[in-house]
Write a protein that binds this ligand. Sequence first.
Ligand SMILES: CC(=O)SCCNC(=O)CCNC(=O)[C@H](O)C(C)(C)COP(=O)(O)OP(=O)(O)OC[C@H]1O[C@@H](n2cnc3c(N)ncnc32)[C@H](O)[C@@H]1OP(=O)(O)O
Length: 200
Amino acid sequence: MKNKTYLFGASGHGKVIVDVASSIGVVVNAFIDNDTKKIKCYGLPVLNTVPENDGEFVISIGNNEARKKVAETIRNKSFIALIHSKAVISLSVKINKGTVVMAGVVINAETVIGKHCIINTNASIDHECCIEDFVHISPNAALAGNVVVREGTHIGIGASVIQGINIGKWCTIGAGAVIIKDVPDYSVVVGNPGRIIKKK
Ligand SMILES: CC(=O)SCCNC(=O)CCNC(=O)[C@H](O)C(C)(C)COP(=O)(O)OP(=O)(O)OC[C@H]1O[C@@H](n2cnc3c(N)ncnc32)[C@H](O)[C@@H]1OP(=O)(O)O
């Protein structure tokens, strides 16, 4: 019997993941959510407990810290990556479990994407980048070659990062920022050129 597929997090982001799954013929059976008021989402049932039986899971929570907490809570489950049929990904790219790749994404040669990442609509990640676990690359963000993004960092919508840059862990890069220098851990950076406005 075919394994069931569950999305943890009945959210707008979850709806987009349902569409990603559908583009590659994967049927999502249900959402799971701690909010007992949620009964249906995007036409699918919302369960309030994690099914005991076997199944394949994706955590459909946009917030990186929250996604990591859930991943630690249900770490014994089997996670799958979901990649939209209209993403263009080099055969030399490695994408780890729990990660979702939306429509229009391009990922070039020898890039490695960690676990439970979100590579959002139309993001462009060039050659030999290293994207660690729980990172979110927002829609229309562009990373040039050899960029490293450490755990839990959020690259905002439309941000650009020049080649060879290292961005630390649990940073937020603001919408539209242009990153031309390395960014230390826990920084919030905005503007062109990017400047640190605070630490988390
Ligand atoms: C499918 C999806 O929805 S994916 C989601 C995509 N979402 C994003 O990319 C959101 C990215 N988030 C941002 O850009 C946010 O503005 C953040 C995280 C950078 C800052 O948010 P906050 O911490 O709430 O900061 P706040 O709004 O108080 O702004 C602080 C200062 O930075 C400025 N600022 C905030 N964001 C930006 C930005 N993106 N570019 C330039 N300046 C900015 C503000 O104008 C303000 O300046 P001031 O002090 O001179 O008034």
